[in-house]
Ligand binder design. Structure first.
Ligand code: UDX
Length: 409
């Protein structure tokens, strides 16, 4: 039973429609509704009878000083404690700073005491590691399931039973205390973000010395201990997780008086990656240019615009007096809510490039990889192609008569 206080969202879900663009999700919702195993409601009380496990997956957006805003987490925790009529395992899926599980447990205990009931509602941490665009696969076939809890063996048995279809096919389940599980999520996201910032840091050295960042990443990545993934240089990471979680981990470290200098460098290098890209573009284009932009979402296969580098880049270009003609295969509607009003929305990649003085590739959608570069050169007015994601072979672009600007190449 899916519960959400957003009536519009629940209405869509009841009709088998996904409120977000996520490959494979709508089919899954529809088959769940059809079989009767899945239903949706706006009323938490309706979901309580017979329920043994509640997953809380509410948002923890950045709050004051980038620390996670936990209001939704606590609201759900207390609502569950108020509505519970039987023992329930409360599983926290939201990304929350270490110690939040304890705070939830304390709040539950206070509500139950007020109610004068002796129910058991243990709080378990089970962080979510799915990637947007791969959410269904990552959920059903995760690399690992991390579960943190402090006691309550009966709850452990229930969680084991719930995840059995996944553990049966060999996916590991890792048990630890609640505090460790809460940290694993921030540690994993910050480590991956650090890998990206590490390679983005080296792009600067590569550009000055004539080295090639792709070759450097390949040379490093083939060492098993390093691994080749997340060493793709570009205009930096965005999305709903990395930027927020990196800053939130820094806020936690600060709270405990710790200096997490690697993580602050990761954050600074990421901001710099966007700025450097923008500076390079501004240096080349004449005043009042027409700028074609391919890709708005923070990454391919999603319509998510949260912390997308395209927001900073397009806003700065428009503020500098340039005209922006933008195209994205999935994120145009969400982009309209966050990009400047004067952004022009194009129906196809070629119409965004048509008559442009310069073209910027900001998201590595497959649709852009396979374009006819000769056609592109004929469509554009100018010749400069800024490849913010290093998706093209510089030789192919040059052969088509365009001037290639990659990152760290
Ligand atoms: C991430 C984590 O991967 C996931 O485990 C966690 O649960 C949520 O955060 P997501 O935000 O969906 O998932 O996207 P991901 O595919 O990890 O990419 C994040 C950002 O890093 C994107 O902006 C992407 O373009 C960028 N990136 C990724 C790079 O710039 N280079 C890389 O090599 C990899």
């Amino acid at each position: 039973i899916g519960v959400d206080i957003d009536e519009a969202k629940v209405a869509l879900l009841k009709q088998g429609k996904s409120p977000i663009f996520e490959p494979g999700l709508e089919e899954l919702i529809q088959s769940g509704l059809k079989s009767g195993l899945l239903s949706f409601t706006t009323k938490l009380e309706d979901a309580i009878p017979g329920t043994r496990i509640i997953f809380s997956a509410v948002a923890t957006p950045p709050g004051e000083n980038h620390a996670a805003d936990l209001r939704a987490v606590f609201a759900v925790t207390e609502a569950v404690a108020k509505a519970a009529t039987q023992d329930i395992v409360f599983v926290n899926k939201s990304t929350v700073p270490v110690g939040t599980g304890k705070k939830c447990a304390d709040r539950i205990a206070a509500v139950l005491k007020d109610r004068g009931v002796a129910l058991k509602i243990p709080v378990v941490s089970n962080p979510e590691f799915l990637r947007e665009g791969m959410a269904v696969g990552d959920t059903l076939m995760p690399d690992r399931i991390v579960v943190g809890m402090n006691g309550d063996d009966w709850a452990k048995e229930l969680i084991e039973e719930l995840y059995r279809p996944i553990t049966r096919v060999g996916k590991p389940m890792v048990w630890m205390n609640r505090e460790s599980a809460e940290i694993v999520k921030y540690a994993s996201n910050s480590f991956l973000a650090t890998k990206i910032s590490f390679i983005n840091m080296l792009t600067e050295l590569a550009e000055i010395t004539g080295a090639n960042i792709r070759d450097i990443a390949k040379g490093m990545g083939l060492d098993d201990r390093i691994g080749s993934r997340f060493l793709h240089a570009g205009i930096g990471y965005g999305g709903s997780c990395f930027p927020k979680d990196v800053k939130a981990l820094l806020a936690t470290a600060k709270e405990y008086g710790l200096d997490f200098s690697i993580i602050s460098a990761t954050d600074q290098i990421n901001t710099r990656a966007r700025q450097r890209f923008l500076e390079k573009v501004l240096k080349v284009i004449p005043a009042k240019s027409t700028v074609g932009v391919w890709g708005l979402a923070f990454k391919p296969k999603t319509d998510d615009m949260r912390e997308a580098p395209s927001i900073d880049v397009i806003t700065a270009l428009i503020n500098a007096g340039h005209t922006v003609k933008a195209f994205d295969p999935a994120a145009m509607e969400t982009a309209k809510k966050v990009l400047p009003l004067s952004t022009q929305w194009m129906e196809t990649p070629m119409s965004a490039a048509n008559g442009a003085d310069v073209l910027l590739v900001l998201t590595e959608w497959d649709a852009f990889r396979g374009v006819d570069l000769h056609e592109l050169a004929n469509t554009m007015k100018g010749k400069d192609l800024f490849d913010g994601r290093n998706i093209y072979d510089p030789k192919d672009v040059t052969t088509a008569g365009l001037i290639y600007h990659g990152i760290g190449l």
